[in-house]
Design a protein around this ligand. Structure first.
Ligand code: PAF
Length: 280
């Protein structure tokens, strides 16, 4: 069944109020559209935990930098709605920008900690303020019990988890393992920008991370392992922003042996920036 689409906060609240009065729980899947199997997995996982699932579709201008082209971001609402219907999504919240950021909008949610780990924040300084602000609004607007996020954007997952905890927003942020193509490439809306040759080559990031994780598990120190991964990717034509091992929760540089680690990478292949991460 085609999910209902609402475009105002008032209409969203009418729907969720009716669910709550029938004692139904709900999950929210925040997206910027251009949906792929990774997003649909989040909807299905949301429905495995809650009675109802809302997907939000909003290309958030506040998380784009001056050099990042907001107007070039892929948009195809009809295709998104068809896919969400198949996944069993109950409601779509797709507000216009003026509904989210009305005249005189003046508030920014800004975090330290995982938002300042020196990963994405180093290359996209405005990004996490934009994400935390819009996600805080979506959590409050939806009143959802669960929020579903992919582990693919690992720093984002840590940031929104911390933000919900710090602001006492009564929602459980759930991280879902990255959905991968058959050759290991993490699914992403940006993969559509890759040429066929680049697409074939793009899986090298996952390969380099997997090898580095194996080395760390075999006792090689994380810095040496990630340095080799950087070198391997650079030799293969990637422009590497970072390949690094971090504490899996705080994203701090590892300080003690045996702490849980996450290997995290960002690299350019031609004009496309790819990110990926895996547990050690
Ligand atoms: O991951 C995304 O698509 C976006 O950063 C999010 C969480 C929907 C906020 O705009």
């Amino acid at each position: 069944m085609k999910p209902k689409i609402v475009r105002t906060v008032a209409a969203l609240r009418r729907e969720t109020r009716a669910w709550r009065s029938s004692k139904l729980t709900c999950a929210v899947v925040p997206t910027m559209g251009a949906l792929h199997e990774g997003h649909l997995t989040l909807v299905r996982e949301g429905l495995a935990r809650a009675d109802r699932c809302i997907a939000t579709i909003f290309v958030n201008p506040k998380q784009f930098g001056a050099s990042e082209d907001l107007s070039r971001y892929p948009r195809d609402e009809d295709a998104d709605v068809r896919q969400l219907a198949k996944a069993g999504c109950n409601l779509i919240f797709a507000p216009p920008p003026e509904e989210m950021y009305g005249d005189g909008f003046s508030t920014t949610v800004s975090l330290e900690g995982p938002a300042k780990a020196g990963l994405e924040d180093r290359f996209r300084p405005q990004f996490f303020d934009g994400v935390a602000t819009v996600v805080a609004k979506l959590f409050i607007q939806s009143g959802a019990d669960y929020a579903m996020f992919g582990e693919k954007d690992y720093q984002q997952l840590m940031v929104v988890t911390r933000m919900a905890r710090d602001l006492d927003i009564p929602i459980e942020v759930v991280g879902i393992p990255t959905v991968r193509e058959e050759d290991g490439l993490a699914m992403s809306s940006r993969n559509r920008y890759l040429s066929p040759a680049e697409r074939k080559h793009a899986t090298a990031i996952y390969g380099a991370l997997t090898l580095a994780a194996e080395k760390i598990r075999a006792g090689i120190d994380p810095q040496t392992a990630t340095r080799s991964a950087t070198l391997a990717l650079t030799t293969q034509g990637f422009k590497v922003d970072y390949v690094t091992a971090r504490n899996a929760t705080t994203l701090a540089v590892p300080a003690v042996r045996g702490e849980p680690l996450r290997l995290i990478a960002a690299a350019w292949l031609g004009k496309t920036r790819l990110i990926d991460n895996i547990p050690v």
